[in-house]
Design a protein around this ligand. Structure first.
Ligand code: NDP
Length: 288
């Protein structure tokens, strides 16, 4: 029997509508309009499309935005100066530096300059540490979107065996903490894992965040498992996930497609994080 398809487009629309309602309520209750600052260095066409979509999503959610576009030859010091200034600017709630920057810029150094209270991508050491410690903070958007999709699909996480393939700071590692926080039994697999099919076969919830098209096939999936495919790989046949969809759809209980699964969730969760940052900053002003 074919798996239930988890529709990321629909869930992301619901999240974005929910955020728009909450932004309107926040403002009606005396709050300020949340504002996201985006910073884009260079002329990578894909990055330009991503940022344009983020700015469009802000508008639709009633979130203000300020966009900084810098030439490719911008030096790291000037970029860090801008990021620090945005961190000190009371009119800005969220800072998003579109990654990756040009090769001559060290992304880690730029991330380290982001004010953690405005780190809506959840990438600073402060927010990563809070998440690893099970404490409230700003959570990276893609892993947060994965949890939203699992909840939407009605997947039981408490006590479930969850296997994440991939351990990047952007996706795999934050997901370990998020799934542990939901009381799943979590295994992180990676390029050195022995017998990947056997490890994956244990999973009630299997998340692929690898970057290798079609890596996970039917032999990796326990019948009835929920499979979340974070992979976005450009191939000659178009965008492909890390999961061989045609095989796995026949084995899994529920599965996300690529495109139209995790992809649309990232921007939706960015909007949610921007509102959360605005709320937290507004509370901090009241309570000090
Ligand atoms: P990284 O390259 O940073 O990490 C990949 C991970 O996969 C590493 O932990 C690596 O292991 C592991 N890995 C690589 N090859 C294998 C293998 N053959 N078997 C098992 N594990 C392997 O990637 P990201 O986490 O940044 O991205 C992963 C995928 O998700 C990409 O396709 C990316 O495009 C997509 N993505 C999608 C997003 C979205 O939907 N909005 C956002 C972010 C990413 P090791 O640590 O041992 O090297």
């Amino acid at each position: 029997m074919s798996a239930q398809i988890i529709d990321g487009k629909q869930v992301s629309t619901e999240v974005r509508e929910r955020v728009a309602d909450e932004v309107a309520e926040f403002i009606a209750g005396g709050g300020h309009q949340p504002v996201l600052a985006t910073v884009l260095v260079g002329d990578d066409p894909a990055s330009h499309v991503y940022v344009a979509n983020k700015l469009k999503a802000c508008k639709a959610a009633g979130i203000g935005s300020v966009h900084h576009e810098l030439p490719a030859e911008t030096n790291q010091r000037d970029l860090i100066t801008l990021v620090r200034a945005l961190g000190d600017d009371d009119g800005i709630d969220g800072i998003l530096v579109q990654l990756p920057p040009p090769d001559h810029i060290d992304a880690d150094a730029v991330i380290a300059a982001i004010n953690p209270a405005k780190d809506v991508d959840g990438l600073t050491a402060t927010n990563a540490g809070l998440l690893a410690g099970g404490r409230p903070g700003l959570v990276p958007c893609t892993p947060a979107g994965v949890i939203e999709l699992l909840d939407h699909a009605g997947t039981e996480l408490e006590g479930a065996e969850a296997v994440i393939v991939g351990r990047s700071n952007l996706v795999g590692r934050p997901l370990i903490s998020l799934l542990l926080g939901r009381n799943a039994t979590v295994t992180a697999a990676h390029s050195r894992t022995r017998d990947l099919p056997a490890v994956c076969q244990r999973a009630d919830v299997l998340v692929a965040a690898v970057g290798v098209p079609g890596l996970l096939g039917a032999e990796h999936v326990k019948p009835g498992a929920t499979v979340i495919d974070v992979g976005i790989n450009r191939t000659d046949d178009g965008l492909k996930g890390d999961v061989d969809f045609d095989q796995v759809v026949e084995v899994a209980g529920a599965i996300t497609p690529v495109p139209g699964g995790v992809g649309p969730m990232t921007i939706a969760m960015l909007m949610a994080n921007t509102l959360e940052a605005a709320r937290a900053r507004s509370l901090a002003k009241v309570w000090g």
